[in-house]
Design a protein around this ligand. Sequence first.
Ligand SMILES: *Cc1c(COP(=O)(O)O)cnc(C)c1O
Length: 404
Amino acid sequence: MNKEPVSRELFDEVMVPNYAPGSIIPVRGEGSRIWDQEGREFIDLQGGIAVTCLGHSHPGLVGALHDQAEKIWHLSNVMTNEPALRLAKTLCDLTFAERVFFANSGAEANEAAFKLARRYAWEHHGKEKNEIISFKNSFHGRTLFTVSVGGQPKYLEGFEPAPGGIHHAEFNDLESVKKLISKEKTCAIVVEPIQGEGGVMPGDQAFLQGLRDLCDENDALLVFDEVQSGVGRSGHFYAYQMYGVVPDILSSAKGLGGGFPVAAMLTTAKVAASLGVGTHGSTYGGNALACAVAQRVVDTVSQPEILKGVKARSDKLRKGMMDIGERYGVFTEVRGAGLLLGCVLTEKWQGKAKDFLNAGLEEGVMVLVAGANVIRLAPSLIIPEPDIELALERFEAAVKKLTA
Ligand SMILES: *Cc1c(COP(=O)(O)O)cnc(C)c1O
């Protein structure tokens, strides 16, 4: 076994250089605290990018993983398994969904969603109806199809030719969608109800409802990418429930496994019928270990007191960040929903989001960025109140030094 000591420098020697990880290597986590190789402690407001929704080493999740590990890990889809069936039933009970497809990542759940939307239109309306409308600044994953549907052209650079039939409208601008949609050609509108990577930008109620209506008028499917906004993040189990706008297909990942890789695509029985036997698949999709952990996540997060707690924590964190923003003149607003918050930098600090992240690390608090102009926070949904207070103190110290 390789027990060699490792350091951050090793990253540059052995890893493909597509990431630029921070200078520390975390080795242990408990709740909303993380410790690095030197034993330095950090408050975690990153949450593994909206993934570790119940914090680190949650006893319920550790227990679920242990219990399932001693039963059966993996079967492939040649067989079904108990944890996958139970989880699918729970997700149907909690949502609009009647059918579930399991995958391993957000990109894969979206890939399934987009393929299903095309296949459904092909089956019901013919092969001309294959166009997808999505939005500028959106993010849907890094496979070639999902990155093409995503609205950030820089992520496609050098990887062309991209799949065709994809158009990008302006987020929160219904008129721009009307210009692109047609009954003959459009098979789906794909949208994040709250854009995450694109700067934590919530969709307007009237915009999302308008997309629903446009889909109905044009026989198109409405796909909500809730990979980031889902599983309690907004203070509702899924953000669509906050808006009261129901999609035909919903993708879920990130928080779903609380740190264990798992994803799901939810849909209705009628739409699901278009993915018949042999049309799509994934070896690991519905893996028993993943589904057992996700079951515990879903059972916990869907509790009304947990969701109510998200709102209380959100208010505290939002107010604390607003206060810091005002005292040091660094934020114009704090936007988002629940525990997905974006602090928008003032003109003077535009382009400097990463500096705030690094300054935070120096003071023992881990924050995220969303682009160069927004500080993003996506902590555990059960982060203890004292940890929020300490995180705010540390972040304020970081901002004070940065602005001095
Ligand atoms: C993170 C994210 C994805 C991609 O998920 P992966 O697990 O990285 O493939 C897709 N959509 C949204 C909205 C996301 O935030």
